[in-house]
Design a protein around this ligand. Structure first.
Ligand code: FMN
Length: 237
């Protein structure tokens, strides 16, 4: 049984939600899958206050820990993650951005979760016309700094009020593309991570930075405990 954790950007059960539903159906055709779903902003109705507590002292000290912790736990327990957002002014929704801001502490330079390196993530976006690429890129960039290398995206320029209003021929083509993405995402769940050369180089630079940090520095001690200061790599664990 594969576990998928889904973060929906909003409560509106329209285009983006319908697209994620189709992806869920497609995944269920691949094998046994269970879904844990969260809806923003309801499940994390908070903006990062920029207090730096998570980065400098520990994520447990985030003032919004009560809301964020259950979502974080579900993400860590999942095999795959789905992040869905409508395109708002050529980017992800504000709700999704506010949620992701709570995970600055797990950027690779700080204290990335070793578990996240193993996961696949799929970014789902819908737009009236333009901005899917930009919104997906914004989210993918954050996820790549979390250490996720098996990244997929599926974006639709609706050019219609809803899925039902899309002409049948185009709808069929979109469904085919959606199924292909879902199959690739599903198959990736069993594959090992494959960070690119850019990430591997960046990881070396971050290792050097943490080696130079003073003993006792929260990031340095975390990296030391993980075995990453002396050549270990999270994608090989
Ligand atoms: C505030 C706002 C900003 C939007 N910005 C864009 C945009 O930049 N580009 C675009 O093509 N569509 C834009 N749209 C349209 C939505 O992305 C599109 O209708 C999407 O499918 C809505 O998804 P939903 O039904 O899940 O809410 C915007 C919609 C809203 C409400």
């Amino acid at each position: 049984m594969k576990k998928i954790c889904i973060i929906h950007s909003g409560p509106r059960k329209k285009n983006t939600y319908a697209t994620v539903e189709k992806i869920k159906q497609s995944l269920l055709r691949q094998g046994e899958v269970s879904f844990t779903e969260f809806f923003l902003p309801h499940d994390a109705p908070c903006f990062c206050t920029g207090c730096f507590a998570c980065i400098l002292k520990g994520r447990e000290l985030c003032p919004h820990r009560t809301q964020i912790a259950p979502i974080e736990q579900a993400m860590l327990e999942a095999d795959g993650l789905i992040f869905s957002t409508p395109v708002y002014v050529m980017d992800m929704s504000g709700q999704m951005k506010a949620f992701l801001d709570h995970f600055g502490h797990c950027f690779t330079i700080h204290r990335p979760f070793p578990e996240l390196f193993q996961k696949s993530a799929l970014v789902v976006t819908t737009a009236a016309g333009a901005g899917n690429r930009e919104a997906a890129q914004s989210i993918r960039r954050v996820l790549s700094y979390w250490g996720i290398s098996k990244l997929f995206e599926f974006g639709i320029a609706m050019r219609a009020a809803s899925w039902g209003d899309i002409p049948p021929e185009r709808s069929r083509k979109l469904q085919k593309k959606l199924d292909t993405t879902a199959v690739r995402f599903f198959r990736s769940l069993d594959r090992p991570p494959h960070p690119g050369i850019r990430f591997r180089l960046m990881f070396r630079v971050m290792r050097a930075i943490n080696q130079r940090n003073p003993d006792g520095h929260i990031d340095k001690e975390y990296w030391r405990a993980q075995g990453w200061l002396n050549g270990g790599c999270p994608w090989k664990s």
